[in-house]
Ligand binder design. Structure first.
Ligand code: ARG
Length: 459
């Protein structure tokens, strides 16, 4: 039967409630962080003479052994320990005897769990940042190879104006850079130590919070003990940043999914990243981007879930906060896996069909703005030019021809300023290359951006 916590309890816990209450099933993920947190705490207790230096040394040695035992697979924390904190404390007592009972002096599981989760998340944010960087490098490589390849640009998913494929890809580089910048911001608020806040009010034991914070590599400490044990803003901010990463991955996935359709045929999936159908032998399915798009929902759900968990909580710690871990763990795994999969897709899974891309921009009216701009350059007011070109589009559509097939004398019927050079102006390559405003798609601007990104991603 299960043990009761303290002498206050006469009877043991109902077995189902014991399991319901426990978090060891998932918070064992925090084992290394929990041990590191305890080592820092034990060293500080020794330094402050709360326990003797010898006692501190023995506790630390015991904790290091537990870590090694875990890494060797000799020790595995499990139910019926309630959580990782009890599991490690009990294992320490088991290893070094009654001295282990001194470890929990001047702290509570409330500040301990807050410390563990911050240490864990801090490491994972750095790992996600590295995955984002690798992905940006893969995107940059594709952008570097496709500067002069053109792709239709869309608004409302209607052909708008042609773009350099590089320019389109570089838009995603910008988005993922904002994601990295946001994570850096979040990291500033993850990297603050709640340790020493104890249960909620601080402690009368002579501790040194700066000492533990420094050993654990925290930038700062929480200045209010109640806030320290109640705050989960950093976790919500992380889930919010993760949701935006997933949003960006999902938008890119959506584009890939239609790029590889027979209708678009802008790209093809290689065998290493495509999947087949169990029934239709001709199928090559984009399961990878579809899964990424699909998994976006669970990360959004985690954000909504944790916001809801926290919103009604009175200060300070409430057991509800135990519910913060699974969403954080799952969001980290989902975002990391999706970034890895998308990187592989760009490294080896996606072949742009350059011939189709070039042909597609030849056969539409996406150079209409350029005809209007041509007239503007000849002194016609833009709004007037816009109306004239609208008329030309209507005429061409009725005749089932493209602008380039309209003879010059027909152009002249719409405005006398048209001359032979109109045909050069509406060539897709010139259309793209003439958009030379800062941030535009001209080859010169794109080249500048490629160089600038090459330098930025090195650092
Ligand atoms: N397992 C708990 C959690 O994850 C640890 C803190 C428990 N504190 C308490 N006073 N019951 O939040």
């Amino acid at each position: 039967m299960s043990k009761a916590w303290s002498a206050r309890f006469e009877n043991s816990l109902n077995p189902f409630i014991q399991e319901f209450n426990a978090s060891i099933q998932f918070d064992q993920t925090l084992i290394i962080e929990d041990i590191d947190c305890s080592i820092a705490h034990a060293r500080m207790l020794g330094n402050k003479d709360v326990i003797t230096k010898e006692e501190s040394k023995k506790i630390i040695e015991g904790l290091i052994e537990i870590k090694i035992d875990y890494q060797k697979g000799i020790f595995h924390p499990a139910f019926p320990s309630e959580d990782i904190h009890y599991a490690i404390e009990n294992q320490l007592i088991h290893k070094i005897g009654d001295l282990g009972k001194k470890l929990h002096t001047g702290r509570s599981r409330n500040d301990q769990v807050g410390t563990d989760i911050r240490l864990w998340l801090r490491k994972k944010i750095n790992e996600i940042d590295n995955l984002l960087l690798s992905f940006q490098k893969s995107l940059l490589k594709i952008a570097q190879q496709n500067k002069k390849v053109l792709i239709p640009g869309y608004t409302h998913l209607q052909r708008a104006q042609p773009l350099s494929l590089s320019h389109h890809i570089l838009a995603y580089l910008e988005m993922f850079q904002r994601d990295r910048d946001r994570l850096k911001e979040v990291q500033n608020r993850v990297n603050i130590s709640p340790l020493g806040a104890a249960a909620l009010a601080g402690t009368k034991i002579n501790i040194d919070r700066y000492m533990t914070a420094q050993e654990l590599g925290f930038k700062n400490i929480y200045m209010n003990s109640v806030d320290a044990v109640s705050d989960r803003d950093f976790a919500i901010e992380f889930l919010s940043s993760s949701s935006l990463i997933m949003t960006h991955l999902s938008r890119l996935s959506e584009e890939i999914i239609f790029w590889v359709t027979e209708e678009f045929a802008f790209a093809e999936l290689t065998d290493s990243c495509a999947t087949g159908s169990s029934l239709m032998p001709q199928k090559k399915n984009p399961d990878v981007p579809e899964l990424i798009r699909g998994k976006t929902g669970r990360v959004f759900g985690h954000l909504q879930g944790l916001l809801t968990t926290v919103k009604g909580l009175p200060l300070a710690y409430n057991k509800d906060l135990q519910e913060d871990k699974e969403p954080i763990f799952d969001a980290v795994k989902t975002v990391s896996d999706c970034l890895k999969a998308m990187t592989i897709l760009f490294d080896e899974g996606l072949k742009f069909n350059k011939v189709n891309l070039m042909q597609s921009v030849e056969n539409d009216f996406s150079n209409a703005t350029d005809i209007a701009d041509y007239l503007v350059n000849k002194g016609v007011a833009f709004r007037e030019a816009y109306q004239i070109v609208g008329g030309i589009v209507m005429f061409c559509v009725s005749k089932k021809i493209l602008f380039k097939e309209l003879p010059l004398n027909e152009f002249k019927r719409f405005h006398k300023a048209f001359d032979q050079d109109i045909f050069e102006n509406i060539l897709p390559e010139n259309v793209v290359n003439s958009r030379n405003s800062i941030g535009g798609t001209s080859f010169q601007r794109v080249e500048e951006e490629l160089i600038s990104w090459d330098n930025r991603l090195l650092n």
